[in-house]
Design a protein around this ligand. Structure first.
Ligand code: NI
Length: 135
């Protein structure tokens, strides 16, 4: 059966069908390497597995949402810390420096503008191209 595809996505994404979000983690074979599971307007919905930390960074013109499904995520900001439990999410506003830290493996949903580089203003060994994130 041919799946309906969004006519608006740059790279065709399935629409009008159920997406098993947890099953999408089967595509995630590396830590800190997000995979795109859907596109909504100019936003990508991604899944990722995190463990350890990502360096301090920011996204100059784009907000970013972290939604924890499993494990715990500590989001450090310069003036406070947010501890996310399963079922909780947090929006990091554009321009705000943040430092994600996971003492245990954490499974998250990320919502980011299609142009957002997930490692923000930094290029690190963790940086993945959008082609890799769509694969
Ligand atoms: Ni970020």
């Amino acid at each position: 059966m041919r799946l309906p595809m969004s006519p608006y996505a740059e790279i065709p994404r399935p629409v009008e069908q159920a997406i098993d979000v947890l099953a999408q983690f089967a595509r995630v074979t590396e830590l800190w390497s997000p995979k795109v599971i859907a596109q909504v307007n100019d936003q990508y919905v991604k899944v990722a597995r995190l463990l350890g930390e990502m360096p301090w960074h920011h996204h100059a013109g784009e907000d970013e949402l972290f939604w924890v499904l499993r494990g715990r995520l500590r989001l450090e900001f310069r003036d406070h810390v947010v501890e996310l439990e399963p079922g909780e999410c947090c929006v990091v506003p554009r321009g705000v420096e943040h430092h994600p830290v996971c003492a245990e493996e954490c499974w998250i949903v990320l919502i980011e503008t299609v142009t957002t580089r997930h490692t923000g203003n930094l290029t690190t060994p963790q940086t993945r191209s959008i082609e890799e994130q769509l694969s």
